[in-house]
Design a protein. Sequence first.
Length: 367
Amino acid sequence: MFEKAEKILTEYVERGAKVCVAVSGGKDSMCLLDFCLKSGILKKDSVSVVNIDHKIRAGTSERDSAFVKAYCEKNGVEFFGYCVDIPSIAAATGRSVEAAAREERYRIFSRLAESGACKFVLTAHHALDNAETVLMHLFRGSGISGLKGMEILSRGYVLHPFLTTEKSEIDEYAERGNIPFVTDETNADSAYSRNFLRNEIMPLIVSRWGGAVRAVNSLCGEVGAVIPLIDSLADKSLISVSGGVASIDLRAFGNLALAPRYVIRALESLGINCDAERKHIDAVVALARKNTGAAVDLPHGARAEKTYGAVNIFRKVQKEKSEECVPFALGSVEFCGKTIVSERADKAEFGKAGELYFDLKKISTAR
């Protein structure tokens, strides 16, 4: 089994090169780990494991991480364990739990690769995952880039050996080999967008069109081959980057087929490689036809602004929060350059502009 995965590993990973398998404890990642240890393509002592406890599932996420760690200890596999409080990060940044988890995972993967702990981080994404990713991009309003799906090698160090492998093959491998794994109960929670697509939508699609997953993956290959051709038609000199500002010459917006590609390149030059939906790209393209000074906000704190002869994209400067602390007191108090007047009131009259009401019984410092 896994002939396609064997071909990918043989093509990308030199004998003896260090790889780190991302293992959650679920069926897919445990099968990938078992395959890497037993296939003979990789040296066993060159294989390590990275596990991340995202703190999304109280109690059970720790259980899963402990399961993976115990498996590695039993089989003599080096284990890298991380614990990241994703719900807190998501709440603090305003990002979705899914987006925050993805960003933190790749931050950790990058750290492992840069430190020399491994040359590649291997993930268990398979053909169904890829099809779901393409549909997610499509439904969110992706441009043509979203239709190419996942790449076998991304970011220069993240390798997907199972990307051309069907989910049914993985299930069969797990059953034949009696592969141990744990089940993430949140996988059944369709409140998460990907779970909704996987649990509710994909079964309906596959029941009607049995070859849907293969068809989507085939389209990915074609789109991936076409995009470089489209990009080759773009004039690179129309984009300049200086001082954290990517400037797109207005001439780049003359061809509506190429205009989105210039915007995407400009965003990538600023390190913004995800979360920019088609609506964001279209909004930037539309700026070219607006008056100087027109602007739109973009993901990751970026902003695009029409200037004379160009559209500039840059990250907004975040103002530091004031740490000034002034004790509460009745009367006039100077605070942040303004005068705040506080006085007792017999009753609250909500609705008056510029007025706030507090319960003095709950303000111990009031005098």
